[in-house]
Design a protein around this ligand. Structure first.
Ligand code: CMC
Length: 429
């Protein structure tokens, strides 16, 4: 909705009037789309000041530390809903009624298996491949299996692809793990909840089926909820950009997985644990804090800072509580890594460098500690993030395709050589 206008004064040219758009909540947005007709572009590397799209899915107030999905605070969803309800909410805009939920859960369960042929893809990977490398490959490969539903202009096809992705990600993630372990892959069990089934496929073997701890299943479910969506971050923007070219949903999600992998984004959960291992002992914290502050050192305190949150990450608060519950359930007392993490947090939060830059622990700071306690290896952490974020990615992809959209095609400020002629090889100096 545009009610106000901004005026752009350009030296030597007529002023340009730009509409100011307002959302339901959040800052005003200056609509610069008409600027191209003046022969000028805006310059915003890293999208520090750019809203790349309009969306109704997730809202973040980074100053207040607020995260809402379809208007509902993340803390309430983590406490009162479950992951599949949150998926329904993200995909459809409303929390389901009991009847809608039962139908959705049953639909998802109908799609938990993957094509038997897909198993053969795994054999092409080394057993010690990083699980995210395998995930990029096998999720992209799903496009080769579902030719019946790849018409992106057909809303039913979009719907079924979304459900297939949500349903199959735990199966694929567990297959990746089992492959790395050299253990038989476990088929999904539709009598279990989404989180229980994932833990079953991860940790059970055909010769030993152990019951799944309800506390751990609940913690896993909360981890899934807390990672479900986070508006236009690097991976979601990647999915939208790939989708804007008309690419199929499985290819788009594979692109999202690749973007998530980096340590500045989803790869941070793995990097936190690697960092804690590297620090090793409380006595070394000061050295690492000094490294994090040193501009000549590329080291950053993993699990700290966020582009949007300049306050506590609300997901980190819930994650910390969940962490306590899991460690209690598992009888883990005085965990040295947790103690190290707590001390690191305490020191960083009182250090002027971190205070001045509003660097707080983010979601990845605690999730690794819980995942490790559950028994999930460090290399699988980002896979868990990808599994949970798939619903967010596909919700954004669906939202984009449901309204008129244009291919994402940014411009640039060119600072290379101007036009020049090629000189013959023998004449070049
Ligand atoms: N350790 C030390 N200094 C930091 C850190 C950190 N973790 N994060 C930011 N800074 C400094 C940075 O050097 C800069 O200082 P200065 O103003 O003196 O140049 C200032 O704080 C602003 O940082 P920035 O890099 O310009 O901020 P950004 O918005 O571009 O980057 C970030 C955000 C998340 C990439 C960055 O904070 C970071 O690399 N954090 C560590 C990795 C991490 O935990 N990532 C997970 C993010 S949450 C999960 C997700 O949604 O993906």
């Amino acid at each position: 909705m545009a009610d106000k206008k901004a005026q752009l004064i350009i030296e030597g040219a007529a002023p340009v009037e730009l509409p100011i758009l307002t959302g339901t909540v959040g800052p005003e947005v200056i609509d610069v789309r008409s600027l191209t007709s003046t022969g000028r572009f805006t310059f915003d590397p890293g999208f520090m000041s750019t809203a790349s799209c309009e969306s109704q899915i997730t809202y973040i107030d980074g100053d207040q530390g607020i995260l809402l999905h379809r208007g509902y605070p993340i803390e309430q969803l983590a406490e009162q809903s479950d992951y599949l309800e949150t998926c329904y909410l993200l995909l459809n805009g409303e929390l389901p009624t009991a009847e809608e939920k039962a139908k959705f859960v049953s639909t998802v369960k109908n799609h938990t298996m993957v094509h038997e042929q897909l198993k053969t893809f795994f054999n092409g990977f080394r057993r010690d491949a990083h699980p995210m490398a395998v995930m990029c490959g096998v999720v992209g490969a799903l496009s080769a299996f579902y030719h019946d539903s790849l018409d992106i202009n057909n809303p039913q096809h979009r719907e079924i692809s979304a459900v297939r992705l949500v349903a199959k990600m735990p199966t694929l993630a567990a297959m990746v793990y089992k492959y790395s372990m050299g253990q038989p892959m476990m088929y999904p069990r539709n009598d279990l909840t989404y989180a229980e089934n994932f833990l079953h496929m991860m940790f059970n073997t055909p010769c030993e089926i152990k019951p799944i701890s309800p506390v751990l299943a609940k913690a896993m479910d909360k981890i899934f909820i807390l990672h479900a969506d986070h508006e236009q971050n690097a991976s979601t923007s990647t999915v939208r950009l790939a989708g804007s070219s008309g690419a199929n949903p499985f290819a788009c999600i594979a692109a999202g997985i690749a973007a998530l992998w980096g340590p500045a984004h989803g790869g941070a959960n793995e990097a936190v644990l690697t960092m804690l291992d590297e620090i090793g002992d409380v006595s070394n914290i000061d050295t690492f804090i000094a490294k994090a502050k040193d501009k000549n050192d590329p080291f950053k305190l993993m699990g700290f800072g966020h582009r949007v949150y300049k306050n506590r990450d609300p997901r980190a608060t819930v994650m910390k509580q969940t962490c306590d519950e899991v460690l209690k359930e598992l009888g883990i007392k005085n965990d040295p890594q947790l103690e190290l993490a707590m001390r690191l947090e305490e020191i960083a939060l009182t250090d002027p460098y971190f205070i001045e830059r509003s660097l707080y622990p983010n979601v990845d700071f605690y999730s690794g500690i819980i995942l490790k306690a559950i028994g999930i290896p460090t290399s699988m952490f980002t896979v868990i993030f990808a599994l949970a974020r798939t619903v967010g990615w596909i919700s954004h992809w669906k939202e984009m395709l449901s309204s008129p959209y244009k291919i994402g095609r940014p411009r640039q400020l060119y600072t290379g050589k101007p036009s020049r002629d090629v000189v013959k090889l023998e004449d070049r100096k």
